[in-house]
Design a protein around this ligand. Structure first.
Ligand SMILES: Nc1ncnc2c1ncn2[C@@H]1O[C@H](COP(=O)(O)OP(=O)(O)OP(=O)(O)O)[C@@H](O)[C@H]1O
Ligand SMILES: [Mg+2]
Length: 223
């Protein structure tokens, strides 16, 4: 069954009173276990597309369907529940809540999804990412790369069906970047759909299918 369908999505923004399209008639279909890489330079529309696909931003036109149900127009509460349980989203900017320590941040999706016993799984994942020493620290005490890894852990603790990650290797060194790429590859092999936006062409070695965004237009990419 198709997991996610993005159909004819356009997004118009205004800049200095002039309207322009950050996304222009974008179509994308994602099945369980797909590993999709969306390439694109800065300003090409990557974050806009991911924000729309996760229901955070309303498109000017088009529809997003997840598990056969329309996502746009869903209540905020319904979207929170979806993001806490079935959809993981590693945003480009700050992801963690500043007033909660790292472990409590990891348990956050559980409050929305009703899933319990996330603690053991969180601890195991944090260990795997070399973050176990940091669980009692607060986000402000972590480096950019540590925060990024913690945000990735949080997006997978509740075992979602679909994970979006916006430039997940953005501020990581090559070793850590490769371990993130391998992790996403492994998750997709386990049947989870992964959609990554990046300008790192290394991702092509790990993903199954790639697209390129250029000025808001999405086209299949083959190298
Ligand atoms: N709220 C907004 N209002 C007006 N313009 C916006 C808004 N959000 C984004 N844009 C513009 O839309 C275009 C696409 O932005 P987007 O953030 O999607 O790019 P991106 O591909 O994620 O870039 P980067 O790699 O730098 O993160 C850019 O030109 C940006 O300036
Ligand atoms: Mg972006």
């Amino acid at each position: 069954m198709m997991l996610l369908e993005i159909k004819n999505i356009s997004k118009q923004f205004k800049r200095n009173k002039k309207a322009f399209y950050a996304l222009n008639q974008v179509n994308l279909k994602v099945d369980a276990g797909d590993f999709v890489c969306i390439l694109g330079s800065s300003g090409s529309g990557k974050s806009t597309l991911l924000n729309i696909a996760t229901g955070l931003l309303k498109p000017t036109e088009g529809t997003v369907t997840f598990e056969g149900k329309e996502l746009i127009g869903k209540s905020l509460c319904g979207l929170d529940q979806l993001r806490g349980s079935k959809i993981g989203y590693v945003m480009q900017g700050q992801n963690l809540l500043a007033n909660f320590n790292i472990l409590d941040n990891m348990l956050m999706p559980g409050y929305f999804s009703g899933k319990q016993n996330l603690k053991q799984r969180s601890i195991k994942l944090l260990e795997g990412f070399g973050l176990i020493e940091l669980i009692k620290m607060y986000p402000g005490q972590l480096s950019g790369g540590e925060l990024k890894r913690a945000a990735i852990v949080r997006s997978i603790v509740s075992e979602p069906a679909l994970i979006f990650a916006d430039e997940p290797t953005g501020n990581l060194d090559p070793d850590n970047a490769v371990s993130i790429m391998r992790l996403f590859q492994r998750l997709s092999q386990e049947g989870i759909a992964v959609i990554v936006s990046t300008h790192d062409y290394e991702f092509l070695k790990y993903s199954k299918i790639a697209y390129k965004l250029t000025g808001g237009k999405l086209e299949e990419y083959s190298n």
